[in-house]
Design a protein around this ligand. Structure first.
Ligand SMILES: CC(C)(COP(=O)(O)OP(=O)(O)OC[C@H]1O[C@@H](n2cnc3c(N)ncnc32)[C@H](O)[C@@H]1OP(=O)(O)O)[C@@H](O)C(=O)NCCC(=O)NCCS
Length: 213
């Protein structure tokens, strides 16, 4: 597993964890870890979100990603916090169509995440594609549960979670939100991602070493 490292991944390592997904339109969607030099592009992405989308993603009225969150997003792996962007090629230029940030808690083997899709790219299956990819990335960290919280009136997020077979329960301590949660055990075998392959090869190598001593 990739779990337990807790240290930031070196920029040169980040590309190994990139996944290229296929949208229902047939277009490729590249999901990759955020690199330190993505800070400006990621911040521009958040500023360009509609007020409503940003409010739902950040659970508040911030006009941009708070500096502490930007810092976490651009130091992937540190404290078991990870961020990905999903890019689509438009006229030969890679455009950020969506993002997700997720944190792995090894004590409870769970990953919690937040996600957003740029307004103009919503409704094209990108949210579903990223979330399915996150299931695999979370499992590669050793998580057995994937958890999100959203405002109770966020119909799009609730419908997306329902479609992907998440279960709903109250968010502890916040009646305005609802929690959606999915057990990962069954699903990941069918949706391999690079993180999963890397995790599997590391545990294979570790087993080989322990068998040899
Ligand atoms: C919620 C969000 C991530 C969904 O992403 P998306 O790319 O638009 O969703 P998809 O196109 O993948 O939709 C997948 C399914 O979700 C449901 N869905 C998505 N948007 C919907 C909407 N506006 N109303 C009802 N159902 C919706 C549908 O079941 C859809 O399946 P279908 O396309 O077969 O009908 C996106 O709307 C968003 O970024 N919202 C603002 C930020 C936010 O709310 N983040 C969640 C907080 S963690």
């Amino acid at each position: 597993m990739l779990a337990g490292i807790e240290t930031e991944l070196a920029p040169a390592e980040l590309g190994r964890f990139t996944d290229i997904l296929r949208l229902r339109s047939g277009k490729p969607l590249t999901v990759r870890f955020v690199a330190p030099d993505d800070a400006d592009a990621l911040q521009s992405y958040f500023r360009a979100l509609s007020q409503n989308a940003r409010y739902r993603r950040l659970m508040g009225g911030a006009s941009e990603l708070p500096p502490s969150e930007l810092d976490k997003a651009t130091h992937v792996g540190a404290h078991n916090i990870f961020a990905v962007v999903a890019e689509i090629g438009i006229d030969g230029v890679d455009v950020i169509a969506g993002e997700a940030c997720y944190a792995f808690d090894p004590d409870v083997c769970a990953v919690e995440f937040g996600i957003s899709i740029a307004d103009r790219f919503q409704g094209q299956g990108i949210g579903a594609a990223i979330l399915t990819n996150l299931e695999c990335r979370a499992a590669a960290l050793g998580a057995v549960r994937l958890i999100g919280d959203t405002l109770r009136n966020n119909e799009a997020m609730i419908a997306l979670a329902r479609k992907l077979a998440f279960e709903f329960k109250p968010t502890p301590g916040d009646w305005k939100q609802v929690r959606f949660e999915k057990r990962l055990v069954q699903s990941v075998a069918d949706i391999p991602c690079e993180s999963w392959r890397i995790a599997a090869s590391r545990s294979f190598a570790a087993n080989a070493v322990s068998a040899a001593v």
